[in-house]
Design a protein around this ligand. Structure first.
Ligand code: TYM
Length: 337
């Protein structure tokens, strides 16, 4: 089977609130790329249980993520939007990859090491083979491009290694090597409370992140209280070096306003955070406010969301089943009679 030339697959875990990092690092780029690519967007519930999420209703969170994607501009009529567990071929292909990927490769994954810390013996085996499932998500559609935030880079390099090893081991050119797309000033949005830590759903304090469902007041308040330093903003990007919180807020502004970082820096050169923060809050509210409003409307009609997800899964199953059959054939399984 020939490879597609421009097919996107990307995913997001239904483990709680969508936040500004998810939006700027991933979803905003998905929306921008939607016209030029055939797009598959997956809500990865199988991934969500690799570290059993405390206090998270995965089903409800899956609907919220679906609503967040549509509210941000994903068009479910042109892009397939679906739930990972509704397409069994993801888990089936992941099993083949469990048998391809070397344990040494998995134990070098920095996200795995960060997540397990000193508790390696207590981590689920699912957490360790998580990147194999992620590779299966992508390769089960022979996706060629994967738009993600910076934190997923290593997993995508592994997905390429898995594709290549599978092709070499079976002697069949089944999988393309997918290209990561890590683009724009929002690929690594940091915590509002610590410019050296990533903005994340798992941080306990809600003040570290802006959620896509936050009210205008909450957004303004979080930005007002964001950690900064006592200096004024410089006139050149290089002079932001060593100022992680200032760099983060400038990057967020640039990503939200679709501006180059250099232009943001020159616009605010010489000003203090007292002037910059209200401007940032204004642009954040103007972009995120309408998304929160649309999300609320969509979540009011869960039956319609479920219908959209079922139709996405139907399209995804059609593509995934044929690639899985090709992979089974390549490893030499007897075809079902
Ligand atoms: P997840 O659910 O942690 O995040 C979803 C997307 O949001 C991006 N992201 C960020 N970008 C910038 N700054 C941040 N602070 C930030 N936090 C999150 C992530 O990079 C990601 O693009 N393993 C993936 C989900 C996944 C996947 C896939 C992605 C499963 N299968 C196949 C792509 C292709 C994850 O946990 O993302």
């Amino acid at each position: 089977m020939a490879f597609p030339t421009n097919r996107i697959l990307s995913g997001i875990q239904p483990t709680g609130n969508l936040h500004l990092g998810n939006y700027l690092g991933a979803m905003k780029n998905w929306v921008a790329m939607q016209d030029g690519y055939e797009c598959m967007f997956c809500i990865v519930d199988l991934h969500a249980i690799t570290a059993w999420p405390d206090h998270v209703d995965v089903a409800q969170s899956s609907r919220e993520v679906a609503a967040g994607m549509i509210a941000s501009g994903i068009d479910p009529d042109s892009s397939a939007l679906f739930i990972q567990s509704h397409v069994p071929a993801h888990a089936q292909l992941a099993w083949l990859f469990n048998c391809v990927t070397r344990l040494g490769w998995l134990s070098r994954m920095t996200q795995f090491k960060d997540k397990v810390g000193k508790n390696r013996e207590k981590a689920s085996s699912g957490l360790m083979v998580y990147p194999n499932l992620m590779a299966a998500d992508i390769l089960v559609y022979k996706a060629t491009h994967v738009p993600v935030g910076e934190d997923q880079k290593q997993h995508l390099e592994l997905a390429r290694d898995i594709a290549q090893k599978f092709n070499v081991d079976t002697g069949k050119d089944v999988f393309p090597l997918p290209e990561p797309v890590i683009r724009g000033p929002g690929t690594r949005v940091m915590s509002l409370r610590d410019g050296l830590r990533k903005m994340s759903k798992s941080e306990t304090s809600d003040m570290t992140r802006i959620n896509l469902t936050d009210s205008a007041d909450a957004i303004a308040d979080k930005i007002k209280r964001a950690k900064t330093d006592p200096e004024i903003l410089p006139g050149h990007v290089e002079d932001l070096a060593g100022r992680p919180e200032a760099t983060n807020l400038i990057n967020i502004y640039a990503a939200l306003a679709d501006m180059r970082v250099e232009h943001v820096v020159s616009e605010f050169a010489g000003q203090g955070f007292g002037e910059f923060k209200p401007a940032l809050a204004e642009v954040a509210v103007s972009v995120l406010g309408p998304i929160a409003e649309r999300m609320a409307v969509l979540l009011d009609d869960p039956a319609e969301l479920d219908r959209v997800l079922a139709s996405g899964a139907e399209k995804a199953n059609g593509l995934a089943e044929s690639v899985l059959a090709e992979a089974y054939d390549a490893v030499g399984f007897l075809a079902r009679g």
